[in-house]
Write a protein of this length. Structure first.
Length: 115
């Protein structure tokens, strides 16, 4: 079972159990900051990208876009600034030969965040 399923393990199907499970899930996985942290962890756990692995690049792009959307929703786009830890960590996942593509995507994300 996964972490979410483990959270409600042992509870019955009563209204009280449902409310308890919902509260536990919200505490463990909910909240805007927790959502961002979960996405950052997902990004952090990804391996170094390779130009010939489109699937990994797609996963990386989706994870990064999820973070941007969550930060935009929270009004915290400053966490994407060039000196931020998120920015630095993201760059570490991209080999130098792919840095030019990164610059293009970064510009695209900045434009999207201003819309």
């Amino acid at each position: 079972m996964g972490k979410a399923a483990d959270t409600s393990e042992g509870l019955d199907y009563s209204e009280t159990a449902y409310a308890t499970a919902k509260m536990r899930l919200q505490r463990k996985f909910g909240g805007p900051r927790r959502q961002v942290q979960n996405q950052i962890e997902k990004l952090r756990s990804m391996k170094l990208l390779h130009a010939d692995n489109v699937e990994d690049l797609d996963k990386f792009s989706d994870a990064l876009e999820n973070i941007v959307v969550l930060l935009q929703t929270q009004g915290k786009l400053n966490e994407l600034e060039p000196n931020s830890s998120l920015y630095t960590m993201s760059l570490e996942k991209i080999p130098e030969e792919m840095q030019s593509l990164w610059k293009f995507l970064k510009m695209r994300l900045i434009i999207m965040s201003k819309q």
